[in-house]
Every structure is written in structure tokens, then in C-alpha cells.
Design a protein around this ligand. Sequence first.
Ligand code: S3P
Length: 187
Amino acid sequence: MHSGNICIGGFMCSGKTSVGRELSRRLGWEFLDTDVVIEQRAGMPVPRIFAELGEPVFRRFEFEVVSEAVGGSNRVVSLGGGALVNTELRNRVLANACLVILDVRAETVLCRAERQKGARPLLDSGTVHSLMAKRTSAYAACHLRVATDEFPVNAVADRILANIPLTGTLTGTDTIRAAAETLCVPA
Ligand code: S3P
């Protein structure tokens, strides 16, 4: 087993938490959902942080929590959809983890979001396409990209584990990055 981390990024409702949890179960690695850690630290749920403290405060918590999360090892970390917008934070993630982006179509996002109404302050059916377009560059750099629309959590996890090196000699982030560069699987 290598001693790196796996980070799961991508747009809201791409399945980051479910896939991250499944990977951590299969690998026996610690699982962290950074939104949950932020909620614990702020003492309130994400929608209230946005409403009462404002998005910039949420982003400051997010910067701190994600930086700490990738500072450890053998962790599966599910990121909030906006975490990779911050270039400095994105670079920290890329340097300290194998970053897997889960791709999802806007229609799938809206369909999945129906089940958790009110949980995502930035998710609005009228603006989902434009927010997704704005996020393209944030999700462009990664070690592995996996399409999720038609696939159940187990199949996405299978695909990730089949494409990232988990055995052998990977001990440092340079090695993980070098190995991962050969792995950019088109969605
Ligand atoms: C956000 C995504 C959310 C959460 C917050 C902001 C975003 O996480 O961090 O509501 O900016 O895309 P999920 O992607 O887990 O929904």
C-alpha cells in the first residue's frame, strides 16, 4: 500500500461522498468528508454557514480543513464541489493526493439534488449549467477522471481502484503524481 491520499473532487451531486466512503471501506483507509468536518468546526450545517456567516467564511474553513486533510496519509478525502476553485488549495491537493474527478452532467445533478433539497446553497436549477461551465478549469487538472452518470457507486469505485496504483513502491507524492500522470483516463 502506498502512503498517499485519495481526494475525490467534482461538481455537486457527482457522488463524491458515496464513492469516497466506498473506497475507504475497501481500502481500510480513514474517510473524511471535508464538508462534515467544516460543519463540526463551525458548529452549524453548511446552509447556515452560508446564510449566517457568508461564503467567504465557508471558504476559509474549507481551505483550512482541506489543507489539514491532505496533510495526513492513507486517507480518502471527499471535497466540497467548490474546493478546487482556489488555485492554491488545488495545488496542495494535487501535490499531496491522487486527485480523482467525478464527472457528472447537469441533468443528473438536478435529478440527484431533488432528493436533498436545501442542502446545497449554491445549487439552483436556473444556474447549474453556468456554474458548471465556470468550474471547468477548477476540475481540469487531476490524476484520474471518471464519468458517473450511468454508473452506480460500486462501479465507479471499481474503476478508480483499477486505475490507481495501490500496491508496491509508491511512498511519496512525487511518485504518486508521476505514476498517476500516465493514468488520465478520458471520461
Ligand atoms: C459547494 C459544494 C458543496 C458544499 C457547499 C459549496 C460548491 O459540497 O461544499 O455547499 O461550491 O460547489 P458538495 O459538492 O458535496 O455538495
